[in-house]
Design a protein around this ligand. Structure first.
Ligand code: PA5
Length: 469
């Protein structure tokens, strides 16, 4: 096996392991190679013609330099860094922070090397109100990064307007310049207009990069750098994965294999794709993946305009927690799922389990064992149990979790998504169904110009008493 930080292990989707009805035979793998290799070439062509700008982010030198300069300033001046954004403007930030910083980073000053990080990707007044109560007296030590490519997203706009007003009231009109950074389109959009008028510091959401593909741009890099994550190593990891994902040699290309296996099994009734990290640090990577997969692949029409209504449903689970919640269903419910485990070979730290009391010698088998051994044993045990019920299982194996491995994982799944889009013959880069929800929100919030849509929504808005019990 060549030396890489992460590997995809796919034997446990094969018919050799789970039989011909649910598994993939050698001949089927060969057929997948023949079908997918031209699509790898097609994706490489799309990249060369500038259609997949996210592919080149790891090679951009301007963004990381700009971000590192800004991050150094922020680390000097502030104690709290707050991301206001949603979807692709938040999930990557959360995933990087959970993967690469200690679990109690925000709570324990001894465990963090930078400001606390908060990412608010909702408009829940209970949650946000509680934060406002806390941050009110700390505003001069808090920097807010408003991230919105479009600038018109209601959730981000609402959070921003609350914070702007609070800053104006407590710190005066110049407060915004010091405490707010806007990450948005370089030239157009609502947030760009606001930022320019208020002379805010800004970073750019690169042209042609959709929210869910933007984590390796200033969208995800700033909060990472502020919190001490090595963004150079992150980008180097992505570049290393790019080399592997470019090759048209199907069996050497982890993104191609991953996409083709997912696509093949979807076509054989595995409509649910469960990502189950056996690592708490990777829990939010699965959340990031869930958005990437769902928004990119859930489409009603193919590229020729025909109705298709395709898309694997991504589901997150967490090992071992969800063994005690989901595995009953996963083993004995419908065989309609593909499982992808995330497994870590060597954890950055370990915990040794204490001795068993004399009254409970039956716990003696645990005594003195590293906790990581138990976690990984449970992964194998769950996989074994699933395989015994002929459930297909993939594993993404991390040698260890570091910035380079995170960069590899992110890039692997971005390219996997692009290739899956080509296999499904759909546009992986738009999200028309999300846009309707955004417009309907405007209408329900009485935004001028939305009156006609508001009228159409009334029957849904008004609850029919006859059905309310
Ligand atoms: O992936 C996407 O494009 C979306 O999830 C967006 O990131 C999300 O809707 C937020 O959009 P914006 O950054 O324009 O506020």
């Amino acid at each position: 096996m060549t030396q890489h930080n992460i590997h995809v292990y796919y034997k446990n989707v094969s018919s050799e392991m789970i039989g011909p009805e649910h598994g993939i035979s050698r001949a089927q793998f060969e057929q997948l190679a023949r079908q997918t290799s031209p699509l790898i070439a097609e994706l490489n062509r799309q990249r060369d013609s500038g259609q997949t700008a996210y592919r080149d982010l790891p090679y951009n030198t301007h963004y990381p330099e700009q971000v590192k300069t800004m991050a150094a300033q922020i680390r000097n001046d502030c104690e709290n860094f707050v991301v206001l954004g949603i979807g692709g403007s938040a999930l990557g930030n959360i995933a990087l922070q959970s993967a690469l910083n200690p679990a109690l980073y925000n709570w324990d000053d001894g465990q963090r090397s930078g400001p606390r990080l908060f990412v608010f990707d909702n408009v829940d007044p209970h949650q946000f109100g509680s934060f406002l109560d806390w941050v009110g007296d700390r505003l001069d030590k808090t920097v807010f990064n408003v991230i919105s490519k479009s600038g018109r997203t209601a959730e981000t706009a609402a959070q921003m307007l609350v914070i702007f007003e609070m800053i104006r009231q407590k710190l005066g009109p110049d407060g915004l310049k010091k405490q707010v950074i806007a990450t948005t389109d370089a030239t157009s959009g609502t947030l760009r207009k606001i930022a320019d008028a208020a002379a805010l510091r800004t970073l750019e959401v690169p042209d042609g990069v959709g929210g869910r593909f933007s984590v390796l741009s200033p969208v995800g890099l700033l909060s990472a750098a502020v919190c001490g994550i090595d963004i150079d190593a992150l980008l180097a990891g992505a570049r290393a994965m790019d080399q592997r994902c470019k090759t048209e040699a199907f069996f050497e290309n982890p993104a191609a294999l991953n996409a083709a296996i997912n696509w093949h099994l979807y076509n054989r009734g595995k409509h649910i794709s469960v990502m189950m990290p056996y690592s708490h640090s990777l829990k939010d990577m699965a959340d990031w993946y869930r958005q990437l997969w769902a928004e990119s692949l859930g489409k009603s029409h193919d590229l020729q305009g025909g109705e298709v209504f395709v898309g694997p449903t991504p589901v997150n689970a967490l090992g071992t927690t969800d063994q005690h919640s989901q595995v009953q269903l996963y083993r004995q419910g419908p065989n309609n799922k593909l499982f992808t485990f995330l497994q870590v070979k060597t954890f950055n730290r370990d915990v040794v389990i204490g001795p068993a009391p004399e009254t409970a010698p039956e716990l003696g088998y645990l005594a003195g064992q590293p906790m990581s051994r138990l976690l990984n044993a449970e992964k194998t045990a769950t996989e074994y149990a699933l395989l015994s019920d002929k459930r297909p299982c993939l594993t993404v194996l991390f040698d260890t979790i570091d910035a380079a491995a995170a960069g590899q994982f992110i890039y692997l799944y971005e390219v996997t998504t692009s290739l899956a889009g080509l296999l499904f013959n759909i546009n992986a880069y738009d999200q028309p169904a999300v846009e309707l929800g955004k417009d309907a929100t405007f209408a329900l919030m009485d935004k001028p110009g939305s009156e006609a849509l508001a009228e159409k929504i009334r029957p849904v808005e008004r609850m029919d008493e006859a059905f309310l019990i």
